[in-house]
Structures are given as structure tokens and as C-alpha cells.
Design a protein around this ligand. Sequence first.
Ligand code: KG4
Ligand code: ZN
Length: 339
Amino acid sequence: MSITILGIESSCDDTSAAIIKDGYLLSNVIANQDVHKAFGGVVPELASRAHQQNIIPVVDQAVKRANISKNDIDAIAFTRGPGLLGSLLVGTSFAKSFSLAMDIPLVEVNHLQAHILVHFIKDIEKDKKIPEFPFLCLLVSGGHTQIVKVTNYLEMEIIGQTIDDAAGEAFDKCAKAIGLPYPGGPLIDKNAQQGNKDAFSFSKPRIKNLDYSFSGLKTSFLYFIRDSIKTNPDFVKENMFDISASIQHTIIEILMDKLEKAVKGTGIKQIAIAGGVSANSGLRNAIQERALNLGWETFIPEFKFTTDNAAMIAITGYYKYLNKEFASQDIAPLARFPY
Ligand code: KG4
Ligand code: ZN
């Protein structure tokens, strides 16, 4: 029997709907919200409003592009959290109504677990290598930075995580300090490709276990820029590429140090990356370099699955459906959602 899942993602500033049939992706529609650009970050109330406007057309497009009918959908999966509460409420309310109207099961999904499960989305056009259990996943996004031990599709344990800022947040805040618009991570990445990563050095945190910290780096970067501008007002303009390459290199070194430690500690050499920051070319290169030098088997997601999307919600919903893990109609979203 074949299973078709509609996935809904609305945790932050992307409204997305996707259709997955038997693990194969049929459609994945994402509406980005440009409205936040002028504010240098996501404005929660504007995000909720944009989700409310986008949700129906996005779902409609996802069903059309998948070339199916609404009646072919066996279950609806939605992001319950973590995320912005107002944004999550839009997706949750839509999913509950759709489940009720179509008389199909409702499946709640943890956004972070979903980022990891992108590695299991199948492609009709090509075969793709998938990780074997157990594997480690470095999950790096705008809100989270974690090393996760994945023992099965829905069995995951966080073995290290940030105690303050996330890696994506570090990218975005440093980018803002040098005048780049939000989200600055991709722009730092682009600039870094033309810069010298050793031009400037920044101190790294000293934390004993597998946890991360990025707030100290952010502060020392802000002071460095402030002091450099005092002596040369054009410092940033003249050194944009080198500054970008150096800060990117430092963030990646911090991420890789703990990941290497996790590999040593667990003996697991199947390594995946996921989340928005996994689009970063420096991080992708660093992981591939470890594959060559340390014998890791690495799994790097396609760009379209790195940042927020509903395909990841639908694939997680698919595995929960197989496990018969359904939600009831009184479910509410959670801004914080540990797993
Ligand atoms: O996973 P995501 O779309 O949203 C969250 O769940 O947070 O991640 C967004 C984050 C932003 O901080 C963005 O700057 C960062 O991912 N990002 C990047 C790159 N592409 C996206 N950071 C560095 N280099 C990139 N190429
Ligand atoms: Zn995300």
C-alpha cells in the first residue's frame, strides 16, 4: 500500500508545503518572506501575518505540482516546534483543520529531527547514498547548534549543543556588524571565497565537553570591528573579503573541533550535516576533507534541503505514520520542543 503525506512547515519565516509519497519527494513549495529584510532580522508578528496569507496558496501549489488530488493524501504532518509561537500556530491550525475536513490522521513533527531526516528523502530521478544507523549529525541552523547521535529514524540523542548563540546566529550577527543585510550567513560565505582565512584571528571558546559557545566570539568580533574602524574608517570596506573568510574559518574550526571529539568519543564515523548553515561551502569542504583524511563517511544535504522546507516535515511525518504515531486534535504548538 502506498502512503502519501502532506508536510507543513511554518516555524520561522518560510511558509512551506510538500508532498512525499512512499519516501519519494513529489513537490516542495517554499514562500520566503522578504518583509523582514528591512528590519535586519525576523519580526515575529509580520512572520505570522505572512504565513496566514501564504499557507493556502502554498499548499494548493504543492498538491498541483505533485500531480495528485487532495483525496490522495493519507496524513498531514506539521511542525509543532521549536519556533516562533505565532508562526507555528498558523501551520498547526491549518493542519488540524485539514485533518478534520479530510478525515485523515494528524502527525506532529519536531523541526530539528526533521532537519536531520532530510538525508532519507528519496529522489525519483537518482539514487542517493543514505546514512546507516547509528550516525552522528551536526545540526547547524539559525536557532540551534547540536551534535546528535541518531540511532533510528525517530531515536535521537543530543550529545553536544550550544550553551548560548547558534552557529547561524554567529554568522548573522557578525555579518550585521560589517553592514551585511539579514540573513548574513550566505553573504559571508560568498565573500569568504575571495578572502584569506588567515588574515585575522579570533579566540575560540574553551569548553571541556561536546558543547559549543559562540557568544564570546561574537563579542570579540564586534570589538575588533569597532576598534579597527577607529583607526581606519574604511577598514571594513577595504577588508570585507578577508574579514568574511577569517570569521567563517573560525566558526567552522569551532564546529569541527567538537565534531572530531564526538567521533573519537563514540567511534561513529558516519557523519551527516544538516540545517541552514550546512549550506556553507567552507563547512562542506571541511567535512569532505575529514572524509579523506580521517576515513569518515560523510552525508551532505542538497542545498534545497539545508534551510527550512516542508519536505523534511513530510519525510518525518512518513516515518511517524509508519510507526502509527498520531496526534490528537487538542494538540498545541511549542516554542521550545526538546526531543
Ligand atoms: O535552518 P534554517 O533555515 O532556519 C532555522 O531553523 O534557523 O537556518 C537559517 C540560518 C541563518 O542563520 C542563515 O544565515 C544560515 O542558516 N545560512 C548560512 C548559509 N546559508 C544559510 N550560514 C552560512 N553560510 C551559508 N551559506
Ligand atoms: Zn530550521
